[in-house]
Design a protein around this ligand. Structure first.
Ligand code: G3H
Length: 540
């Protein structure tokens, strides 16, 4: 198997012209106060998960470029720029009309679409995401921005009328919260980041955005679009180690909204640095260990199909991936055999190769970490049941189907965020329910079964434990109009196209007594367009 895997990595001449990078990409610019500023300090190397095979057969991880390693002072400069642009709520951006802000975001979206090819190529090189999924990530992000614009128009239309309750007239609108810090994850460095960044901006907040730890260079083609689409200081983009940059931002107490997708430990450590936690709003997408549960009566073909994609799309590096499978003992042998057959059909290779599903991993040391998890399980009674499972070459780890997994093993509770599929046999549904109840995580679960009574029992058992219960389907975030949330250590707040607009804003209302004098006053303000808040303008 390892010989096969070594052939997986290309030599330099085998990379198709369409997907080559033009030399090394050294980035020194970062965006602050509407300008691309050149960083003259240290740079961080950017290594691709893709390795190249030399003539002597050795593998070498590709160094594809570098990004600025800003220090605390530079990060605080970006924060000052955002604070000035917000100007305690009196800046041009937070006081701008909704339709004007929408126009800026539309300009950005048009410019962004022109960078599709460059961003997609970098998604493949920086995080190893295959071509169709990289294209999907880009297109889904553009759709999310359009949907956000439409959702805001609908929200604003509802807010443009007055309510009359118990003799009080009121107009209720959503207004920004202040300065937002947005940080995304490496597995969806564009999409997940923009699902907080765009709502934060469009609601009138000013933003400091720090790209994920991998998938950093792919923001570079968008810097001019950001610079040219928004007023100075509204969006500032910084780079560098979190401990040097983000810690200083949080310690300053000037961040009003913290949007973060990453580990619960990282989120807690950063939140604790804020000197006035009661003034900090947070939108967090965190760790997960979503279980797939195969009931005794089940359409096994469908269950296997969904579990394979649920556990292995983008090599299991999705927060929503199925990270542990509970299979009823009456079905487990059949399940493992079919899973194995399906797994063996998944093509491994470079992200740009047609039909490739399994690709190298971007995190340094990830293959070693996964190997340690497999060894731990095997030392406690599990075995790898697929041919070649757990083989590694360079940055590539071939998926390991582990069985039988039990509660003493690390893989039972720890999130692998990679291609290990632990299978736990069970006899009684109470064993599974107990796992879900006592788990530290509570994002989603998938139930596979056909018996209405058993399914209903499991739905009710999961309802107060997780944010979404999927029936005969893998776990997933989409459609993006559905609420995406989690409990326990898995999330804080709810994101969806609709919810995100609420997360990054607060309702403020103007209220007055329902009498002739008040109506005359309000009528006059509206008629003469004296206020941008108190207005009945309808956005078409
Ligand atoms: O990594 C977490 C993502 O939000 C998952 O999104 O289910 O669409 O892959 P997805």
């Amino acid at each position: 198997m390892s010989t096969d895997l070594e052939r997986l990595f290309p030599n330099a001449s085998e990379i198709p012209d369409a997907y080559r990078l033009d030399g090394s990409l050294e980035q020194r610019e970062y965006l602050i106060n509407g300008e691309l500023v050149e960083w003259t300090g240290e740079l961080a190397p950017v290594r691709s998960p893709v390795c190249l095979r030399r003539d002597n057969g050795e593998l070498e991880q590709c160094l594809i470029g570098s990004t600025p390693l800003l220090n605390a002072e530079a990060a605080l400069g970006a924060l000052d720029s955002a604070v000035r642009a917000y100007d305690l709520g009196q800046g041009a951006w937070p006081t701008m009309t909704v339709s004007e802000r929408i126009r800026h975001v539309e300009i950005f979206l048009n410019k962004m679409k022109q960078q599709r090819e460059a961003v997609v190529r970098l998604l493949m090189w920086e995080i190893g995401k295959n071509l169709p999924d990289s294209e999907k990530e880009f297109d889904r992000t553009c759709d999310y921005i359009s949907d956000t614009i439409n959702a805001l128009k609908a929200l604003d239309r509802r807010s443009s009328r007055f309510e009359n309750e118990q003799g009080t007239l009121g107009q209720i609108r959503r207004v920004p919260l202040g300065v937002a810090l947005c940080m995304g994850p490496y597995n969806y460095p564009l999409n997940e980041t923009f699902t907080t960044l765009i709502p934060a901006l469009i609601m009138g907040n000013t933003v400091v955005f720090k790209p994920a730890k991998f998938g950093v260079l792919l923001i570079r083609p968008l810097l001019e679009a950001f610079r040219d689409s928004f007023p100075p200081g509204v969006i500032n983009i910084i780079y560098g180690r979190g401990r040097d940059t983000v810690s200083a931002l949080m310690e300053s107490g000037k961040i009003d909204v913290f949007a973060f997708i990453g580990t619960n430990k990282g989120a807690s450590d950063l939140k604790k640095l804020h000197p006035r936690p009661h003034r900090l709003r947070a939108a967090l997408g965190l760790d997960a260990k979503n279980p797939g549960i195969v009931l005794p009566e089940v359409d096994l073909d469908n269950a296997v199909e969904e579990c394979v994609t649920g556990a292995l799309s983008f090599n299991g590096q999705r927060c929503t991936a199925l990270k542990i499978l509970f299979v009823h003992r009456s079905q487990v042998d059949d399940f493992l055999a079919r899973f194995n057959d399906k797994l063996a059909t998944l093509k491994a290779g470079m992200p740009w190769e047609p039909g490739v599903k399994l690709t190298p991993l971007p995190e340094p040391g990830k293959a070693d970490f996964l190997t340690t998890m497999v060894e731990d399980a095997c030392s406690k009674g599990a075995r790898v049941v697929n041919e070649g499972g757990g083989s590694t070459v360079g940055t590539f780890f071939y998926p390991a189907l582990l069985y039988p997994v039990s509660s003493q093993m690390r893989i039972y509770n720890e999130e692998q965020f990679g291609p290990i599929i632990p299978v736990v046999p069970y006899d009684d549904l109470d064993e599974v329910i107990d796992y879900i109840r006592t788990s530290d995580f509570g994002q989603q679960a998938s139930l596979f079964g056909s018996d209405p009574k058993q399914m209903a029992r499991m739905i009710d058992a999961c309802a107060n434990q997780v944010g979404r219960i999927n029936l005969n389907a893998q776990c997933q975030r989409g459609p993006d109009t559905f609420p995406f949330t989690g409990r326990k250590n898995s999330a804080e707040g709810t994101l969806s196209v609709h919810d995100a607009l609420r997360v990054f804003s607060i309702r403020t209302l103007v209220a007055t007594k329902d009498n002739a004098a008040s109506k005359a006053l309000v009528g006059s303000i509206i008629r003469d367009r004296e206020s941008s808040f108190l207005s009945t303008d309808y956005i078409f």
